[in-house]
Design a protein around this ligand. Structure first.
Ligand code: ZN
Length: 407
């Protein structure tokens, strides 16, 4: 349990939302594991009055969280396309070529770096999850299966390797040793290099009630203001920022060694918007916590009514956010029959905590549940398109947030 802010060390952490004692959201269970007790940890969101950084209070041992991470980025078409576009753009803007180096932290199965590699640009992936790192290597993306920090950065620099570009997508939200990673980025970059950092935007989480993006792997929830503070401590400044639609709404910042360029107009306007909304006040997050409680009442009442009127209900999306929504709201086998997911790695396993079986999406057509709760709302468009036949035959989807809606 953390009682001091992981960024600034302040003890003024204010609890703004408690989701209770929760299993690890990515810890899918096998048949053999169903009978064993699951580890549970408190899941509580806190706001730091010292530096404005929103964080959870519990740090679960990273070895327990990441070594067998089941998320393969390439399973999502939208994700791979998003990666292809940013790789092409950065290649053009930075005039990258055979003597450049692009590094990605949390490079997963090589979904992003493969696009640079195909263009003949040297790449290096870094990802502690051995199973996904192995897939990347087989795909031609050299990958180091270690945790990234100043030591690894120094070893690479000593070996003559500095990065012209470092991608860190969905990384800064997850690392307990936040300043180790940011310092590592600062040391590994060339003086003219750029770190392209994508991280979920706390303002989107609050505005769209995306409470199910809160889980133990996800330690930090950034505003542009708090991210600026974090980067500045290790000598990086934000040259440019964009808002992008991935992971329910994220910030993409282009961070450079301090003093090398002045911030763009969007950096200034985004910071001004945050000020006007009170993003750096605890009241902003307390009000969010109250709205999550209301949502729980609405969604469980809706599902209960459907079940009482004889409907059969399934869910779609065996990812972390699905596990959080089901466990936080107490929705299990009494309400849902199964969870559909496209990843073969997940099929045949069970959701943590609530123990719902995970099946291939074909089961939706085989069994035609009346409603399907769309847990993977971040891929809603893609999934609704893939499930056109289920919908044509009368199947309906329920979008749980920000307000339960049948489509
Ligand atoms: Zn702080």
């Amino acid at each position: 349990m953390t009682t001091a802010c992981r960024n600034c060390g302040s003890s003024k952490l204010e609890l703004v939302l408690s989701l209770g004692s929760m299993p690890l959201a990515n810890a899918l269970l096998t048949d053999a594991e169903l009978g064993r007790p699951e580890p549970r940890f408190p899941l509580e969101l806190a706001y730091c009055d010292g530096c404005c950084l929103v964080q959870i209070t519990e740090s679960v041992e990273p070895e327990l969280l990441f070594r067998e991470y089941a998320y393969f980025s390439s399973v999502s078409d939208a994700f791979v396309e998003h990666a292809r576009q940013i790789a092409q753009r950065v290649t053009n803007e930075r005039a990258l070529g055979p003597s450049s180096l692009v590094v990605e932290l949390a490079s997963n199965d090589g979904y992003l770096l493969q696009h640079y590699a195909r263009a003949g640009i040297p790449v290096l992936g870094i990802d502690p999850a051995r199973n996904v790192a192995q897939v990347a290597i087989e795909r031609g993306v050299p990958t180091i299966a270690e945790f990234f920090g100043p030591e690894l950065a120094d070893r690479l620099v000593a070996g003559g390797r500095r990065a012209d570009v470092i991608h860190a997508n969905n990384v800064l939200a997850h690392v307990p040793d936040l300043h180790g990673v940011v310092a590592g980025i600062a040391r590994l970059l060339t003086p003219n290099g750029v770190a392209v950092i994508e991280t979920p935007y706390v303002r989107e989480m609050v505005e769209r009630l995306e409470f199910d993006t809160i889980y133990h792997e996800h330690l930090f929830y950034y505003s542009l203001g708090s991210l600026r503070e974090v980067l500045a401590r290790d000598g990086l400044s934000i040259a440019h920022v964009e808002r992008i639609p991935v992971h329910g709404g994220s910030l993409r910042v282009f961070a450079v060694p301090q003093g090398s360029v002045s911030p763009s107009e969007t950096v200034r306007t985004t910071l001004a918007e945050e000020d006007a909304l009170g993003v750096c006040t605890s009241a902003y997050y307390r009000e969010f916590g109250a709205r999550v409680s209301e949502l729980r009442g609405e969604l469980t009442a809706m599902l209960g009514d459907l079940r009482r009127s004889g409907h059969r209900i399934a869910a779609y999306g065996a990812a972390a956010k699905g596990a959080i929504l089901l466990n936080a709201f107490g929705i299990g086998p009494e309400t849902l029959d199964f969870v559909a997911d496209r990843s073969p790695y997940k099929q045949g396993r069970y959701m943590p905590g609530v123990h719902l079986p995970i099946a291939s999406p074909e089961r939706l057509l085989d069994q035609m549940p009346d409603e399907t709760l769309l847990l993977a709302w971040n891929f809603a468009d893609e999934i609704l398109a893939q499930q056109a036949e289920y919908r044509r035959r009368g199947g309906r989807f329920i979008l749980p947030i920000p307000k339960p809606t049948v489509v």
